[in-house]
Design a protein around this ligand. Structure first.
Ligand code: FAD
Length: 531
């Protein structure tokens, strides 16, 4: 196959026009082009009130490739297959254990299963079908299950999400491609293979994670739900196994720790076992909600309602006068602000959407960077205490999981809002008007005010009076790092592999999944199956 980039076509083009445009650019007949495969599609809306374009990178086949050999617009397609490494030399006599079935654990499990290592995945939460009932009960009635919620259960924190898969990490080894292809085989929409900013949506993610679980099991792996690791067995600095739910022991010399950023009790267990954990910077803030139509109009101009365009996204940032980074994060076009607590009597926000991204509001986290020097002490888990403090304050306002909300115009003026304007909150089980200035310290609220105003200059309407703030968004990434060496093993404990977001080595679904794949590969290269 050959590759050509930057095929730019007006938004209303037909499929056939891609072939025609390639032919025109290369000065050949479109009949010579036998096959066309879209590798990437992005949107060019820079002249949004004139025309919006789709821009394609395309692989294509022609009978006589030599004819185009010297054409500078064309190259041999760099597309490669993902290749599973061969097993190593060291004998592993126990099945590897993976703690956690989020993107990092799930993909580590899939790769190990494909290589014949029959992993055992232990997940504290429930299978997705059962988990969904618990999450809905929390959202409808405020009844929280601390083991089965938005953070814990099959698929991890990403299951009830927007399922954005874009990432800034590079993909030299085709691991991202592998992840995307596995998601598609498991039921995710095929377009994630080529759209510039792929997203699955919570409705399709539920199906995909369930099917990946089935595949792991069909390859000899096991996935055990409601199986919380409550202790790790360590002898002479090496892992030997785990204790599940306080009683059952499972032995293994290889344990992958894929616990996510909200397993605070497990962080504490690790700390008490002497496993090296350090403080790490992260960010906190609020969700900001606008009418989807406002964001779509700002981004797409007169095309805002065009049937070929989905809800518009944005990515904005600002450096505040006090030195803090302020940025939008985990933007959910046409989505919902969701209650995401995993501990009792604490309020936590996050965002999600369905594949269609067709809710009336669009939302995003708006975050301010925080450093270990902001935390209450030097204790490795002080970042968790820092988060809890704000989550408890938010809960205490109404003594319920209702989240504090405030119109941005009122937030600027330090006054409690009294009535919603155009934007109604999507957060459930409910909201309560409150002055968010009373929750966070000034270095956060000042940076938020300055940041949102600056962003309003870049995106029309972003800082309007009735933009709605909902708090508190405290779980943007892990407040700790579980230190590992160049072989991905814990620096304190042999055989323990901390991976993914909770360990501090990834942020988001894709980078967590890629970290899981990378670490699984290194285990495969080291060991051969010996049972
Ligand atoms: P997690 O997904 O957190 O998985 C960890 C798993 O380990 C959990 O299932 C947990 O139950 C389990 N576990 C923890 N402790 C134990 C124990 N002791 N024993 C057994 N099991 C245990 N990222 C994106 O890239 N795009 C998005 O659109 C997006 N939207 C999000 C929306 C929401 C509502 C949330 C909460 C997060 C969102 N994220 C998104 C972030 C993303 O979900 C995480 O970055 C990602 O899931 C991290 O993967 P992980 O495997 O490291 O950990």
């Amino acid at each position: 196959m050959l590759r050509i980039n930057n095929i730019k076509l007006p938004i209303d083009h037909q499929d056939e026009d891609i072939k025609k445009e390639i032919a025109k650019k290369l000065n050949i007949s479109s009949k010579e082009i036998q096959e066309v495969r879209i590798i990437k599609r992005s949107i060019d809306a820079r002249k949004k009130n004139d025309m919006i374009y789709f821009v394609y990178n395309v692989d294509f086949k022609v009978e006589d490739e030599d004819k185009l050999k010297n054409n500078s617009l064309v190259m041999i397609s760099p597309e490669k297959e993902y290749i599973l490494p061969a097993q190593g030399e060291e004998l592993l006599t126990t099945r590897p254990i993976i703690i956690g079935s989020g993107p990092s654990g799930l993909f580590a499990g899939l790769i190990l299963a494909e290589a014949g290592f029959e992993p055992i995945i232990l997940e504290r939460g429930k299978a997705v079908e059962e988990r969904k009932k618990d999450v809905n009960l929390f959202w409808k009635k405020g009844v929280l299950n601390i083991e089965s919620n938005v953070q814990f259960g099959e698929g991890g924190a990403g299951t009830f999400s927007d399922g954005k898969l874009n990432t800034l990490i590079k993909d030299k080894n085709n691991r991202i491609r592998k992840m995307l292809e596995e998601f598609v085989k498991a039921g995710a929409p095929e377009e994630i293979l080529y759209v510039n900013k792929p997203h699955i949506g919570t409705d399709k993610l539920e199906i995909a994670v369930k099917n990946i679980r089935k595949k792991i099991i069909s390859l000899g792996g096991s996935v055990l739900f409601e199986s919380k690791v409550t202790d790790i067995i360590i002898k002479n600095g090496k892992v030997k196994g785990v204790v599940v739910n306080g009683n059952e022991k499972i032995y293994s010399d290889v344990i992958i720790l894929a616990i996510g950023h909200s397993a605070r009790d497990t962080f504490e267990l690790l700390f008490n076992k002497g496993i090296t954990i350090k403080q790490k910077p992260f960010s906190i803030g609020v969700r900001i909600e606008h009418l989807k139509e406002l964001i779509d109009k700002s981004q797409y101009g007169k095309f805002y309602n065009h049937p070929r365009l989905k809800a518009a996204d944005y990515k904005l940032s600002h450096r505040a006068k006090n030195g803090r980074a302020v940025y939008t994060f985990c933007m959910c076009p046409g989505g919902y602000v969701v209650a995401s607590a995993s501990e009792e009597n604490m309020v936590v926000t996050n965002g999600m959407s369905e594949f269609a991204r067709d809710n009336v509001n669009s939302n995003s986290a708006i975050l301010v960077s925080v450093e270990p020097s902001d935390y209450p002490s030097n204790h490795p888990l002080a970042g968790v205490e820092f988060q809890r403090n704000f989550e408890k304050k938010a809960y205490a306002i109404s003594n319920s999981y209702y989240a504090p909300v405030q119109l941005f115009g009122d937030f600027l003026r330090n006054k409690k809002s009294v009535k919603f304007k155009a934007v109604k909150p999507s957060y459930k089980p409910g909201t309560i008007f409150y002055d968010i200035n009373n929750i966070y310290p000034e270095y956060i609220t000042d940076a938020l005010k300055e940041g949102i105003l600056a962003m309003g200059k870049k995106l029309r309407g972003f800082s309007s009076y009735d933009s709605l703030l909902t708090g508190v968004e405290t779980r943007s990434s892990s407040p700790v790092r579980i230190e590992r060496n160049e072989n991905y093993e814990s620096i304190s404990t042999e055989g323990l592999y901390p991976i993914g977001e909770g360990a501090g080595y990834a942020g988001g679904i894709t980078s967590s999944a890629v970290d899981g794949i990378r670490v699984a590969e290194s285990i495969i290269k080291r060991y051969k199956k010996g049972w």
